[in-house]
Structure formats: C-alpha cells, structure tokens
Ligand binder design. Structure first.
Ligand code: TNX
Length: 521
C-alpha cells in the first residue's frame, strides 16, 4: 500500500514538472511565433490573407504614383500627402516600368467588394488594386503600415530608408458598418477637432462617424427654419461648460472632409425623449405652452415631445427635410432611447411616424433600442443595439448595428482609476473591449456591423476624447474588419504595441495601460 502511494506521488510529481515545462516552453514559443510573424503583426486591422516574401522595395523621392484613371486623383493625392516625408512624389497617369506605386481600379474584380483590395510589393514597386477607389483608400492604410512608423510623423529623418517588405495581401472587411459615435451635445467638439479624429480613425479603416447632434443639454446643428434651436439650444452644455453648434456650411464642410477619407457622417436627432434643448427653444413643443429652462445636468429620461400633436410633426419634418438636403448619408438616426417620460403607446406611434418621414426624404432610419418593440417598426429601420434586448428586431429581421454598452461604449471607464467617463455598464478594459464579436448579440445575417459610442457627459476636450477613444477603437475597428476566427487577443496585443509609436508620433493621447503596452520601443 505504502509503495503504491509513493509511486502515485512520483507519477503526479512527474506530470506536474512536465506540465510546468510545457507551459513555459509553450508561452515562449507563442510569443516567439508572434514576433517572427513580424510584419503581418504590424497591420491593424489584421488583413484577410497575408504572405510575406523575401526582400524589400524602397520608396524614394523619384517613385511615381500611377493612377489608372482620373477618378483616382483624390486618393493619389491623399497618398502623396501621406508620403510627404519621402518627397513630393509625382502623381501621374503615365505608367512606368519600375519604381512605381500603381493605384489601379479593376471594375471587373467584384470578389473583394467595395472596400476590398489587393496589395503586392516586389522589386519593381507596389501594385494596389481595388474594384472601387474606396478599396484603394483602405489599401493605402495598409501600405502606410508596412512602412517604418516614422512615416506618420512630421519630422524628416535623413537616415531612414523607406523600405516596404515584399508582400502579397488580399483583404476585405467582414462587416460594411464599422463606426464610432461622438456625442457633441453633452459637450461640444469643434469641426477642427472632429477632422483630427477623422484623420486618426481613417488609419484603422473606420468608415462611419455617427454624430449625436441633439439631446437635453444641447442642439448642435443649424436648422434654418427654426433658428432658436441653435440660438438657445446651442449655447448650453453639461455643467455650464462652453456650448456651440455647426452651421449648415460647417456641417457640409465636415461631411466632405470625412468623405475624402471614406468616412460617412450619420446625423442623429434624438427623440421623442432627450429633447429638453428643443423644448427650451420653442414654446409650442410644450404641453403648458411655455419654454423649458435649459438643462445642464446629466440625468436622462425626463423630457418628451408631445406625440399626439400635429405641430410636433410639422416641426420634426422641417428638421428632417433640412438634414436630408445637406447630408449625403444613406441614414438618418432618430434616437428613440430612454424615452421614459413618453407613454409606451405614444412612443410606438411616434417612432412609426418619424421613421416614415425619414423614408419620405429618401433615407434609411436608424433607432436605438427599444425602437424595435414598436409595432409600427419593420425591417426597413435599422436597430442600434445597446442593451441585450433585440429580440423583436431579430423576429422582424431588422438589420442591426451592435454597440453593446458593456463592450463597445467608449465612455465606460477602463477601471476604477480612470478619471473620465461613467461606469453604469461596468468597467471596460482594453482586453474586454476586444474580446467580443457582434454575433454574441445578433444573428450574423442581420449584423450590419459594429459601432463604438462615446457619450460625453464628462469628456470635454481633446485630452478626454483621445484617452477614452484610443486604443479601444483599434480593437473595435478590428472586430468590424477581421473575421472572428482570425482574431485572438494575445496576437492583437502584439499588433497594438506596434501601433503605439504611430499614435505617439501622431500626438494621440491614448491610455497607455501598463498591462498592455511594453516599455521598450
Ligand atoms: C445611455 S445609450 C444613453 C445616453 C447616455 C449614456 C451614457 C443610450 C442610447 N443612451 O443618453 O449618455 O447612457 O453612457
């Protein structure tokens, strides 16, 4: 008996030692493997197919940017601008035999869709092909990531060789909608600040910027027919901080800036709740016929439009009409969240009428949940999910944008020590923000894509924006672009580290979490 006991202990010890050994070797091996995959690991979001060959091509000031047709002049010039540290590369429609970057529209190649591209680098140069200019634009982001990080800086560094490894890449996104939302109501952000964000976000193939333009604390877009919306509603922000609004000209300018970077701006007017700023501007929106006082707190769910009053609908239609005229986006977002002061049947009726109005002006409506629970809503409306409650949307087969608050909300604190943001949906550290998939919340065939919203109750400047958005949005960008089966956090973390230097050179004030970022770089 004794002997058998010793043998058992021996066997268990041996298993233990071998186990520890394996774990150690396993760990080292994994990290090594990741490191040796090297170049692929520089690209974020991770491309669909990547093959590295031996050798590299050096871009220099004599490299010519060839465009296969006139319509590529904008992306050609964009690339030229992005490579300005190398020199002012000529953009031309004349093809050369070597030392080129060729941008080619290949209309027949439909396999990779509007945003897909192929990128090949060999000793003669770079060939970047897409069915659309849009795909070429996405491919340019990959091209930049294959160059030394310093390419995103402002300083010319003589000794750098602008080498690109020989590669063959084939890439396309998993989802067509890969967005961010910025709440410009609780705090206002200028056109310049938004342009800066658009520049950074486009590096990661984000393609939608949803602007939350109206809420209790502010109304941020000029409506010519109803000027007090911004004269009154534009003045305020949370805590009495500085307000502001976009004139229609400024909005159009922002839209076209975003469009040049293949980002679509989606305007949102939140209703029938979240409407105090409108009701503070116009008396006829109120039951008692008197304007409300301005609101600068952060409570939700207390305001409501009158859902059985025709004046309300005439007013809303004017707003939708003006927005439809200046916004080329396919979508208008009508809010629909937290209408706690609206009786349910009024809510159902209201969202039914307003979505039809949006359709009348040629746009597809989007609404936050619980818009899907109204009997007046069908699969011609897109649900933006933020809780877990999208059962009705699934029954009705509505397209769904997944923004689950616990995973995708950029205003949730990273941890208890984060100085910005809220925590009602829990903390959202970098790893959790990456470790999910839209199919956790909706059937794949209904998922339009993902969006990461940033509500701005206590985020009021560039520092706060950068800190909360980066690096988490890089993870969301990859969730939207790269199929679930090709993603894992360990390997992502390595690639995220490769991006850190670029964020720093671009002066992005990201959250430098010591659990994630290596010191040596
Ligand atoms: C919920 S999520 C809201 C917003 C708040 C946000 C804060 C949603 C559609 N509505 O009104 O700003 O929480 O995280």
């Amino acid at each position: 008996m004794k002997k058998i006991g010793f043998i058992w202990i021996g066997i268990l010890l041996a298993i233990g030692i071998i186990g520890i050994g394996f774990t150690l070797v396993g760990k080292e091996k994994t990290e090594e493997t990741i490191a040796s995959e090297g170049l692929e690991n520089r690209i974020l979001p991770k491309p669909l197919e990547f093959k590295e060959n031996k050798g590299s091509f050096q871009i220099n000031k004599d490299t010519k940017i060839f465009i296969s047709e006139k319509e590529l002049i904008d992306v050609g010039t964009y690339l030229q601008e992005n490579l300005k540290l190398i020199g002012k590369l000529q953009v031309t429609e004349e093809e050369s035999k070597e030392n080129y970057i060729k941008l080619i529209v290949d209309k027949k190649n439909t396999e990779l869709g509007n945003e897909g591209y192929t990128l090949e680098v060999d000793e003669k140069g770079v060939i970047l092909k897409g069915m659309k200019a849009e795909g070429i634009f996405r491919g340019i982001q990959t091209l930049k990531q294959l160059l030394p990080s310093e390419i995103v800086g402002e300083k010319i560094i003589e000794e750098i060789k602008w080498n690109m490894p020989f590669v063959e890449i084939k890439d396309k996104p998993e989802y067509e909608y890969r967005g961010i939302m910025i709440d410009v109501t609780r705090h206002f952000f200028s056109v310049e600040e938004l342009k800066r964000q658009i520049d950074i976000l486009s590096n990661y193939k984000i393609n939608k910027l949803h602007l939350h333009l109206s809420d209790d604390q502010g109304f941020r877009l000029e409506i010519k027919k109803w000027p007090k919306l911004t004269e009154v509603g534009g003045k305020t922000a949370v805590n009495g901080d500085k307000g502001g609004y976009y004139t229609q000209e400024e909005f159009k300018e922002l839209v076209s800036y975003a469009k040049e970077r293949y980002i679509e701006i989606i305007p949102e007017i939140d209703m029938p709740g979240h409407t105090n700023a409108m009701m503070a501007a116009y008396d006829f929106l109120n039951k008692d016929g008197k304007v409300k006082s301005s609101y600068v707190g952060i409570d939700v769910g207390f305001s409501s439009l009158m859902c059985r009053d025709e004046k309300t609908y005439e007013f809303i239609e004017d707003i939708i009409k003006e927005i439809a005229e200046i916004s080329p986006s396919k979508y208008i977002h009508i809010g629909g969240d937290e209408a706690d002061a609206t009786p349910k049947e009024d809510y159902d009726y209201f969202v039914g009428r307003v979505t039809k109005m949006v359709q009348k002006y040629g746009k597809t409506p989007i609404g936050w949940d619980p818009i899907d629970t109204s009997n007046e809503i069908d699969d011609k409306t897109v649900l933006q999910n933020w809780k877990d409650s999208n059962q009705k949307a699934v029954e009705k087969q509505m397209p769904i944008i997944v923004s689950n608050a616990g995973k995708a909300y950029l205003d949730m604190k990273y941890s208890s020590t984060t100085q910005y943001g809220l925590q009602w949906a829990g903390f959202n550290p970098i790893e959790d923000a990456y470790n999910w998939d839209p199919t956790d919340y909706a059937p794949k065939e209904l998922v339009l894509g993902v969006e990461a919203p940033l509500f701005s109750e206590n985020i009021k400047d560039r520092k706060g924006l950068d800190y909360m958005i980066y690096p988490r949005i890089l993870g969301h960008a990859e969730i939207g672009w790269t199929p679930k089966g090709n993603r894992n956090f360990k390997e992502y973390k390595y690639r995220l580290n490769e991006q850190a230097k670029r964020l720093e050179l671009g002066e992005v004030g990201y959250f430098k979490d010591s659990n994630i970022f290596r010191d040596e770089r």
